[in-house]
Ligand binder design. Structure first.
Ligand code: SF4
Length: 403
Protein backbone atom coordinates (compact mmCIF):
# COMPACT_ATOMS: atom_id res chain seq x y z
CA UNK A 1 0.00 0.00 0.00
CA UNK A 2 3.02 2.11 -0.30
CA UNK A 3 1.98 5.65 -0.77
CA UNK A 4 3.79 8.29 1.12
CA UNK A 5 1.69 11.23 0.12
CA UNK A 6 -0.18 13.97 1.84
CA UNK A 7 -3.50 15.58 1.14
CA UNK A 8 -3.64 19.19 0.22
CA UNK A 9 -5.75 19.59 3.34
CA UNK A 10 -2.59 18.55 5.22
CA UNK A 11 -4.08 15.21 6.13
CA UNK A 12 -1.57 12.55 5.15
CA UNK A 13 -2.64 9.42 3.41
CA UNK A 14 -1.25 6.73 1.27
CA UNK A 15 -2.37 4.63 -1.59
CA UNK A 16 -0.95 2.60 -4.56
CA UNK A 17 0.09 1.34 -3.39
CA UNK A 18 3.28 -10.04 15.06
CA UNK A 19 3.80 -14.06 20.97
CA UNK A 20 3.94 -15.33 17.76
CA UNK A 21 4.07 -17.75 15.02
CA UNK A 22 0.46 -16.67 14.94
CA UNK A 23 1.48 -13.72 12.82
CA UNK A 24 2.01 -15.99 9.91
CA UNK A 25 -1.14 -17.97 10.26
CA UNK A 26 -3.09 -14.92 9.28
CA UNK A 27 -2.23 -14.59 5.69
CA UNK A 28 -4.50 -14.54 2.73
CA UNK A 29 -3.88 -15.24 -0.91
CA UNK A 30 -0.51 -14.84 -2.53
CA UNK A 31 1.30 -14.19 0.75
CA UNK A 32 0.97 -17.81 1.81
CA UNK A 33 3.56 -19.19 -0.56
CA UNK A 34 6.50 -17.64 1.21
CA UNK A 35 5.35 -18.25 4.76
CA UNK A 36 7.46 -21.35 5.35
CA UNK A 37 10.62 -19.38 4.70
CA UNK A 38 9.24 -16.50 6.67
CA UNK A 39 8.44 -18.66 9.67
CA UNK A 40 11.89 -20.20 9.60
CA UNK A 41 13.48 -16.74 9.58
CA UNK A 42 11.34 -15.56 12.44
CA UNK A 43 11.85 -18.72 14.43
CA UNK A 44 15.55 -18.17 14.08
CA UNK A 45 15.16 -14.58 15.19
CA UNK A 46 13.11 -15.50 18.22
CA UNK A 47 15.22 -18.39 19.40
CA UNK A 48 17.87 -16.23 20.90
CA UNK A 49 19.77 -18.00 23.65
CA UNK A 50 21.69 -16.77 26.65
CA UNK A 51 25.06 -18.09 27.73
CA UNK A 52 23.42 -21.16 29.26
CA UNK A 53 21.63 -21.92 26.01
CA UNK A 54 18.24 -21.21 27.55
CA UNK A 55 15.92 -19.86 24.85
CA UNK A 56 14.88 -16.31 25.53
CA UNK A 57 11.86 -14.51 24.16
CA UNK A 58 11.60 -11.04 22.74
CA UNK A 59 9.74 -9.27 25.56
CA UNK A 60 7.79 -7.16 23.09
CA UNK A 61 6.18 -10.26 21.58
CA UNK A 62 4.18 -10.86 24.78
CA UNK A 63 0.63 -9.65 25.02
CA UNK A 64 -0.36 -7.84 28.22
CA UNK A 65 -2.03 -11.00 29.53
CA UNK A 66 1.02 -13.10 28.63
CA UNK A 67 3.27 -10.65 30.45
CA UNK A 68 1.07 -10.67 33.56
CA UNK A 69 1.15 -14.48 33.46
CA UNK A 70 4.93 -14.58 33.10
CA UNK A 71 5.31 -12.16 36.01
CA UNK A 72 3.00 -14.34 38.09
CA UNK A 73 5.27 -17.31 37.40
CA UNK A 74 8.11 -15.15 38.71
CA UNK A 75 6.01 -14.38 41.85
CA UNK A 76 5.71 -10.74 40.85
CA UNK A 77 2.59 -8.56 41.13
CA UNK A 78 0.53 -7.62 38.07
CA UNK A 79 1.23 -3.88 38.44
CA UNK A 80 4.82 -4.58 37.31
CA UNK A 81 3.42 -5.34 33.88
CA UNK A 82 2.25 -1.76 33.43
CA UNK A 83 5.64 -0.42 34.51
CA UNK A 84 7.41 -2.68 32.06
CA UNK A 85 5.01 -1.89 29.25
CA UNK A 86 5.53 1.83 29.78
CA UNK A 87 9.25 1.31 29.12
CA UNK A 88 8.56 -0.84 26.11
CA UNK A 89 5.78 0.99 24.34
CA UNK A 90 6.28 4.57 25.42
CA UNK A 91 10.01 4.98 26.02
CA UNK A 92 11.11 2.45 23.41
CA UNK A 93 14.04 1.23 25.49
CA UNK A 94 16.69 -1.07 24.06
CA UNK A 95 18.15 -2.29 27.34
CA UNK A 96 16.78 -3.62 30.65
CA UNK A 97 19.19 -1.23 32.41
CA UNK A 98 16.98 1.63 31.21
CA UNK A 99 14.07 0.43 33.41
CA UNK A 100 15.10 2.75 36.20
CA UNK A 101 11.99 2.34 38.37
CA UNK A 102 12.49 -1.41 38.50
CA UNK A 103 14.97 -3.04 40.89
CA UNK A 104 18.27 -4.34 39.57
CA UNK A 105 17.33 -7.82 40.77
CA UNK A 106 14.12 -7.82 38.74
CA UNK A 107 15.89 -6.43 35.69
CA UNK A 108 18.39 -9.29 35.94
CA UNK A 109 15.53 -11.74 36.31
CA UNK A 110 13.86 -10.36 33.20
CA UNK A 111 17.09 -10.44 31.22
CA UNK A 112 17.44 -14.14 32.01
CA UNK A 113 14.16 -14.97 30.30
CA UNK A 114 13.73 -12.24 27.76
CA UNK A 115 15.62 -10.01 25.41
CA UNK A 116 14.94 -6.58 23.93
CA UNK A 117 15.58 -5.43 20.42
CA UNK A 118 15.36 -1.90 19.10
CA UNK A 119 15.64 -1.43 15.33
CA UNK A 120 18.34 0.88 14.05
CA UNK A 121 18.56 2.85 10.87
CA UNK A 122 20.96 1.63 8.25
CA UNK A 123 19.95 4.42 5.95
CA UNK A 124 18.19 7.75 6.34
CA UNK A 125 17.26 10.15 3.58
CA UNK A 126 15.90 13.64 4.07
CA UNK A 127 13.64 15.15 1.44
CA UNK A 128 13.61 18.79 0.42
CA UNK A 129 10.07 18.93 1.83
CA UNK A 130 11.30 17.81 5.25
CA UNK A 131 10.10 14.20 4.99
CA UNK A 132 12.52 11.57 6.20
CA UNK A 133 12.73 8.03 4.93
CA UNK A 134 14.42 5.34 6.99
CA UNK A 135 15.66 1.87 6.24
CA UNK A 136 15.41 0.03 9.55
CA UNK A 137 17.26 -3.15 10.39
CA UNK A 138 15.22 -5.82 12.14
CA UNK A 139 16.66 -8.52 14.37
CA UNK A 140 16.87 -11.23 11.70
CA UNK A 141 18.71 -8.98 9.23
CA UNK A 142 15.59 -8.04 7.26
CA UNK A 143 15.14 -4.34 6.63
CA UNK A 144 11.99 -2.26 6.15
CA UNK A 145 11.28 1.28 5.12
CA UNK A 146 9.15 3.86 6.89
CA UNK A 147 8.62 7.58 6.48
CA UNK A 148 8.02 10.57 8.72
CA UNK A 149 6.29 13.61 7.24
CA UNK A 150 6.29 16.78 9.36
CA UNK A 151 3.75 19.47 8.70
CA UNK A 152 3.87 22.43 11.05
CA UNK A 153 3.59 20.99 14.52
CA UNK A 154 2.12 17.75 13.19
CA UNK A 155 4.01 14.61 12.34
CA UNK A 156 2.49 12.01 10.06
CA UNK A 157 4.03 8.61 9.92
CA UNK A 158 3.80 5.87 7.32
CA UNK A 159 4.87 2.39 8.42
CA UNK A 160 5.30 -0.99 6.75
CA UNK A 161 3.30 -4.04 7.78
CA UNK A 162 5.38 -6.54 5.84
CA UNK A 163 8.92 -6.75 4.51
CA UNK A 164 8.15 -6.59 0.83
CA UNK A 165 4.75 -7.47 -0.58
CA UNK A 166 3.20 -10.40 -2.41
CA UNK A 167 0.48 -8.43 -4.18
CA UNK A 168 2.57 -7.59 -7.24
CA UNK A 169 0.93 -4.30 -8.24
CA UNK A 170 2.64 -3.49 -11.51
CA UNK A 171 3.29 0.19 -10.75
CA UNK A 172 4.82 -0.42 -7.29
CA UNK A 173 8.48 -0.83 -6.40
CA UNK A 174 7.64 -2.95 -3.34
CA UNK A 175 5.45 -5.24 -5.39
CA UNK A 176 8.28 -5.90 -7.82
CA UNK A 177 10.51 -7.31 -5.10
CA UNK A 178 8.00 -9.79 -3.63
CA UNK A 179 7.33 -10.70 -0.01
CA UNK A 180 10.13 -11.46 2.44
CA UNK A 181 8.00 -11.92 5.55
CA UNK A 182 5.24 -10.56 7.74
CA UNK A 183 6.21 -8.13 10.45
CA UNK A 184 5.34 -8.64 14.09
CA UNK A 185 3.20 -5.97 15.78
CA UNK A 186 6.19 -4.70 17.75
CA UNK A 187 8.17 -4.32 14.54
CA UNK A 188 5.38 -2.26 13.03
CA UNK A 189 5.00 -0.23 16.22
CA UNK A 190 8.70 0.45 16.66
CA UNK A 191 8.92 2.07 13.23
CA UNK A 192 6.69 4.87 14.52
CA UNK A 193 8.67 5.21 17.74
CA UNK A 194 11.91 5.37 15.82
CA UNK A 195 10.55 8.18 13.67
CA UNK A 196 9.17 10.05 16.70
CA UNK A 197 12.56 9.87 18.41
CA UNK A 198 14.37 11.00 15.28
CA UNK A 199 12.08 14.03 15.19
CA UNK A 200 13.16 14.83 18.78
CA UNK A 201 10.06 13.39 20.38
CA UNK A 202 7.60 15.36 18.22
CA UNK A 203 4.06 14.18 18.84
CA UNK A 204 2.75 11.89 16.11
CA UNK A 205 -0.62 13.12 14.88
CA UNK A 206 -1.53 10.20 12.67
CA UNK A 207 -0.19 6.92 11.39
CA UNK A 208 -0.93 5.10 8.18
CA UNK A 209 -0.20 1.43 7.52
CA UNK A 210 0.60 2.14 3.93
CA UNK A 211 4.29 1.45 3.62
CA UNK A 212 5.48 -1.88 2.35
CA UNK A 213 3.02 -4.72 2.40
CA UNK A 214 -0.66 -5.58 2.52
CA UNK A 215 -1.71 -5.29 6.18
CA UNK A 216 -4.83 -7.38 5.75
CA UNK A 217 -2.68 -10.41 4.84
CA UNK A 218 -0.95 -9.89 8.21
CA UNK A 219 -4.21 -9.22 10.02
CA UNK A 220 -3.51 -10.17 13.65
CA UNK A 221 -0.22 -8.32 13.87
CA UNK A 222 -1.44 -5.27 11.96
CA UNK A 223 -4.45 -5.02 14.28
CA UNK A 224 -2.28 -5.46 17.38
CA UNK A 225 -0.03 -2.65 16.13
CA UNK A 226 -3.02 -0.38 15.55
CA UNK A 227 -4.22 -1.13 19.10
CA UNK A 228 -0.79 -0.32 20.51
CA UNK A 229 -0.77 2.96 18.62
CA UNK A 230 -4.21 3.68 20.04
CA UNK A 231 -3.50 2.55 23.63
CA UNK A 232 -2.80 5.36 26.14
CA UNK A 233 0.05 3.17 27.42
CA UNK A 234 1.44 3.27 23.91
CA UNK A 235 1.22 6.31 21.67
CA UNK A 236 -2.37 7.18 22.59
CA UNK A 237 -3.34 8.22 19.08
CA UNK A 238 -7.08 8.39 18.40
CA UNK A 239 -8.38 5.49 16.29
CA UNK A 240 -9.70 7.82 13.61
CA UNK A 241 -6.14 9.04 13.09
CA UNK A 242 -4.93 5.51 12.45
CA UNK A 243 -5.46 4.30 8.91
CA UNK A 244 -5.12 0.84 7.47
CA UNK A 245 -4.76 0.69 3.73
CA UNK A 246 -5.61 -2.42 1.76
CA UNK A 247 -5.70 -3.32 -1.89
CA UNK A 248 -9.05 -5.00 -1.21
CA UNK A 249 -8.77 -8.31 0.67
CA UNK A 250 -12.52 -8.70 0.96
CA UNK A 251 -12.80 -11.37 3.71
CA UNK A 252 -10.57 -9.35 5.99
CA UNK A 253 -12.33 -6.07 5.25
CA UNK A 254 -15.40 -7.87 6.60
CA UNK A 255 -13.41 -8.84 9.70
CA UNK A 256 -12.00 -5.33 10.11
CA UNK A 257 -15.53 -3.90 10.01
CA UNK A 258 -16.34 -5.95 13.13
CA UNK A 259 -13.52 -4.46 15.23
CA UNK A 260 -14.81 -2.11 17.90
CA UNK A 261 -12.30 0.70 17.36
CA UNK A 262 -13.02 3.44 14.84
CA UNK A 263 -9.94 2.90 12.75
CA UNK A 264 -9.94 4.43 9.28
CA UNK A 265 -9.96 2.27 6.17
CA UNK A 266 -8.44 3.15 2.82
CA UNK A 267 -8.90 0.89 -0.17
CA UNK A 268 -6.55 1.09 -3.13
CA UNK A 269 -8.89 1.01 -6.08
CA UNK A 270 -6.80 2.28 -8.99
CA UNK A 271 -9.47 1.28 -11.50
CA UNK A 272 -13.19 0.56 -11.44
CA UNK A 273 -12.86 -1.45 -14.65
CA UNK A 274 -12.31 -5.11 -13.84
CA UNK A 275 -9.89 -5.80 -16.68
CA UNK A 276 -7.71 -2.79 -15.89
CA UNK A 277 -7.71 -3.52 -12.16
CA UNK A 278 -6.79 -7.16 -12.75
CA UNK A 279 -3.86 -5.97 -14.83
CA UNK A 280 -2.69 -3.30 -12.40
CA UNK A 281 -3.29 -5.33 -9.21
CA UNK A 282 -2.89 -9.02 -9.99
CA UNK A 283 -2.75 -9.92 -6.29
CA UNK A 284 -6.43 -9.14 -5.83
CA UNK A 285 -7.68 -10.54 -9.12
CA UNK A 286 -9.78 -13.13 -7.31
CA UNK A 287 -11.78 -10.43 -5.55
CA UNK A 288 -14.13 -8.91 -8.11
CA UNK A 289 -15.07 -5.26 -8.19
CA UNK A 290 -18.73 -6.19 -7.75
CA UNK A 291 -17.91 -8.04 -4.54
CA UNK A 292 -15.64 -5.22 -3.41
CA UNK A 293 -18.43 -2.71 -4.01
CA UNK A 294 -20.90 -4.83 -2.03
CA UNK A 295 -18.39 -5.32 0.78
CA UNK A 296 -17.78 -1.60 1.05
CA UNK A 297 -21.51 -0.90 1.37
CA UNK A 298 -21.66 -3.49 4.15
CA UNK A 299 -18.61 -1.89 5.77
CA UNK A 300 -20.21 1.56 5.72
CA UNK A 301 -23.51 0.19 7.02
CA UNK A 302 -21.77 -1.63 9.87
CA UNK A 303 -19.22 1.03 10.88
CA UNK A 304 -20.96 4.24 9.81
CA UNK A 305 -17.49 5.39 8.80
CA UNK A 306 -16.38 6.87 5.51
CA UNK A 307 -13.75 4.84 3.68
CA UNK A 308 -11.42 6.38 1.14
CA UNK A 309 -10.52 5.02 -2.25
CA UNK A 310 -6.98 5.53 -3.42
CA UNK A 311 -6.57 6.03 -7.12
CA UNK A 312 -3.13 6.50 -8.68
CA UNK A 313 -3.67 8.15 -12.02
CA UNK A 314 -1.59 6.51 -14.74
CA UNK A 315 -1.42 8.19 -18.10
CA UNK A 316 -3.28 6.26 -20.79
CA UNK A 317 -4.08 3.38 -18.45
CA UNK A 318 -6.70 4.40 -15.88
CA UNK A 319 -7.27 8.06 -16.77
CA UNK A 320 -9.36 7.54 -19.90
CA UNK A 321 -12.99 8.74 -20.24
CA UNK A 322 -14.22 5.14 -19.79
CA UNK A 323 -12.18 4.74 -16.63
CA UNK A 324 -13.49 8.03 -15.26
CA UNK A 325 -17.08 7.00 -16.00
CA UNK A 326 -16.54 3.65 -14.28
CA UNK A 327 -15.04 5.38 -11.24
CA UNK A 328 -17.99 7.76 -11.02
CA UNK A 329 -20.39 4.81 -11.31
CA UNK A 330 -18.54 2.91 -8.58
CA UNK A 331 -18.64 5.81 -6.13
CA UNK A 332 -21.91 7.56 -6.95
CA UNK A 333 -24.40 7.55 -4.08
CA UNK A 334 -22.02 5.88 -1.66
CA UNK A 335 -20.24 7.22 1.39
CA UNK A 336 -16.63 7.58 0.36
CA UNK A 337 -13.79 9.96 -0.42
CA UNK A 338 -11.58 9.53 -3.43
CA UNK A 339 -7.89 10.32 -3.09
CA UNK A 340 -6.38 10.91 -6.47
CA UNK A 341 -2.63 10.68 -6.81
CA UNK A 342 -0.61 11.47 -9.88
CA UNK A 343 1.42 8.29 -10.12
CA UNK A 344 4.92 8.45 -8.69
CA UNK A 345 7.35 7.06 -11.20
CA UNK A 346 9.69 4.24 -10.33
CA UNK A 347 12.81 3.08 -12.18
CA UNK A 348 12.37 0.89 -15.24
CA UNK A 349 8.62 1.33 -15.28
CA UNK A 350 6.60 2.05 -18.44
CA UNK A 351 3.94 3.87 -16.37
CA UNK A 352 3.77 7.64 -16.39
CA UNK A 353 1.75 10.01 -14.25
CA UNK A 354 -1.38 11.71 -15.49
CA UNK A 355 -1.16 15.46 -16.05
CA UNK A 356 -2.32 17.90 -13.38
CA UNK A 357 -5.03 19.07 -15.79
CA UNK A 358 -6.41 15.54 -16.21
CA UNK A 359 -6.31 14.96 -12.47
CA UNK A 360 -8.37 18.13 -11.99
CA UNK A 361 -10.88 16.85 -14.56
CA UNK A 362 -11.27 13.70 -12.44
CA UNK A 363 -11.94 15.84 -9.37
CA UNK A 364 -14.56 17.90 -11.17
CA UNK A 365 -16.32 14.88 -12.65
CA UNK A 366 -16.43 13.13 -9.28
CA UNK A 367 -17.67 16.24 -7.52
CA UNK A 368 -20.33 16.68 -10.20
CA UNK A 369 -21.80 13.29 -9.31
CA UNK A 370 -21.68 14.07 -5.59
CA UNK A 371 -18.44 12.33 -4.72
CA UNK A 372 -15.78 14.09 -2.65
CA UNK A 373 -12.37 13.90 -4.25
CA UNK A 374 -8.95 15.37 -3.53
CA UNK A 375 -5.67 15.39 -5.35
CA UNK A 376 -2.93 14.50 -3.00
CA UNK A 377 0.45 16.09 -3.13
CA UNK A 378 3.07 13.42 -2.80
CA UNK A 379 5.69 13.90 -0.12
CA UNK A 380 9.27 12.73 -0.31
CA UNK A 381 9.35 12.08 -4.04
CA UNK A 382 12.99 13.14 -4.28
CA UNK A 383 13.98 10.36 -1.86
CA UNK A 384 11.73 7.69 -3.35
CA UNK A 385 9.48 7.82 -0.31
CA UNK A 386 6.29 8.54 -2.19
CA UNK A 387 3.45 6.30 -3.16
CA UNK A 388 4.63 3.01 -4.68
CA UNK A 389 8.29 3.93 -4.36
CA UNK A 390 9.29 2.00 -1.24
CA UNK A 391 11.43 -1.03 -1.83
CA UNK A 392 12.48 -4.02 0.20
CA UNK A 393 16.25 -4.05 0.46
CA UNK A 394 18.50 -6.66 1.92
CA UNK A 395 21.12 -5.60 4.38
CA UNK A 396 24.56 -7.11 4.64
CA UNK A 397 24.91 -6.03 8.24
CA UNK A 398 24.81 -8.58 10.98
CA UNK A 399 22.12 -8.70 13.58
CA UNK A 400 22.29 -6.03 16.19
CA UNK A 401 23.46 -7.34 19.52
CA UNK A 402 20.45 -7.73 21.77
CA UNK A 403 20.28 -6.51 25.30
S1 SF4 B 1 2.41 -4.28 -4.35
FE1 SF4 B 1 1.83 -4.31 -2.18
S2 SF4 B 1 2.83 -2.50 -1.30
FE2 SF4 B 1 2.74 -2.21 -3.54
S3 SF4 B 1 0.84 -1.12 -3.94
FE3 SF4 B 1 0.39 -3.28 -4.17
S4 SF4 B 1 -0.38 -3.91 -2.16
FE4 SF4 B 1 0.70 -1.92 -1.86
Amino acid sequence: MCDITIKQSNTPACAPTPACAEAHAHTVGAGIATDAATNAANENARAHTNERETPRTNLRRLSHDDLVYQLKLMHLPAFRAKQIEDWLWHYNIGSFDDMTNISKALRAQLAKQFYLYAPRAINKQVSQDGSRKYLLLLEDGISVECVGMPNGDKLSVCVSSQAGCAMGCVFCATGKAGLRRNLFADEIYQQALFIRDDFDGMRISNIVLMGQGEPLTNYTQALRALRLFNNPLGLGIGARHLTLSTCGIIPNIAKFAQEEEQFTLAVSLHSAVQKTRDYLMPGVKKFSLVNLYNMMQTYVQKTKRRPSYEYALIKGVNDTPEELQALCDFCRGTLCHVNLIQLNEIDDSPFKPTSEKRAQEFVRALNACGVEATIRVSRGQDIDAACGQLQQRSCPLNKQKRS
